[in-house]
Design a protein around this ligand. Structure first.
Ligand SMILES: [Zn+2]
Length: 283
């Protein structure tokens, strides 16, 4: 690559990372304030222990937390490293997504996927803390599917039908489970999340997302039960992980799964046999 072009790209990717970190800072605000019904913009951030407003110079993402060694400037109370983890994670994800889709080829699709990941981070941590999935965040995910369908069809290769069937493919079975179990096994938030996720991913993607969520959820559920002895846990975090994996590797995983299980051939054979049977009957 031309060295000048390389410098130009590096600057863009550094900017993408820093932008992601700043959005990550806003995600922290969402994670803590949405469950409390507080305004996302009006109020200034304050220390959770002494309620002292946090000074502007202490609000620089990642850097301030490191500089203050994870402690409040006025009362010295420990500030959770999770704020910094969320900021760094979001920056890293933006960087990786833009590298994966190439900023020069698919900037819009990379932006939409990045925003989806941010919404999933909020769902992950908020559901983990409160066992609630915020409706606004789910609506945001569903809205991302509109520009995705209108402008990113070359990247996704999804038809309108796939988007619409995707919205119902997992959410309807989940809704039945929710109704039968009286929201004990899963909540309505999970249903809405998988409807919005399916709208974005299409039918193949949302099936992969559910499969991943079930595998990760059961493994982590077992581990958490060992540690806490508690079998009640939120399913939203695992659904978010499933959607995140499916948006990047959904096609590869479904192709691999179909080959591995022989479903490709079986389905092919079934279709051929049915066709032959129909022709025979018609004759
Ligand atoms: Zn304090």
């Amino acid at each position: 690559m031309d060295p000048q072009l390389m410098i130009y790209y590096s600057i863009i990717y550094v900017f993408v990372f820093l932008f992601g970190v700043c959005i990550g800072s806003f995600l922290n605000v969402c994670i803590y304030r949405l469950p409390l019904g507080e305004s996302l913009i009006k109020q200034n951030s304050h220390c959770m222990t002494c309620n002292e407003p946090i000074k502007r110079r202490d609000l620089i993402p990642i850097i301030s937390w490191c500089f203050l060694r994870g402690k409040c400037r006025s009362c010295g109370a420990k500030i959770s490293p999770r704020y910094t983890v969320v900021e760094f994670l979001n920056g890293l994800i933006y960087l990786l997504v833009f590298l994966h889709y190439d900023v020069a080829i698919s900037p819009l699709y990379a932006s939409l996927v990045s925003l989806l990941f941010s919404a999933l981070i909020v769902v992950f941590f908020m559901d983990w803390d409160t066992q609630l999935i915020n409706t606004y965040v789910v609506i945001f995910i569903a809205l991302l599917a509109i520009p995705e369908y209108l402008f990113c069809r070359p990247e996704t290769e999804l038809t309108l039908r796939s988007h619409i069937i995707g919205a119902f493919a997992i959410s309807v079975p989940l809704l039945i489970i929710v109704l039968i179990s009286h929201e004990k096994a899963m909540g309505m938030g999970d249903v809405y999340l998988m409807a919005a996720g399916g709208l974005f991913l299409g039918v193949k993607g949302i099936l992969v997302a559910m499969l991943i969520a079930l595998i990760v959820g059961s493994v982590c559920g077992l581990i958490l039960k060992r540690i806490n002895g508690d079998s009640v846990f939120a399913f939203g975090p695992y659904l978010s992980v499933g959607i995140a994996v499916a948006v990047i590797w959904g096609n590869q995983i479904s192709d691999w799964y179909m080959d591995f299980t022989g479903l490709n051939e079986t389905l092919g054979d079934t279709v051929t046999e049915t066709a032959m049977l129909i022709t025979a009957v018609l004759r």
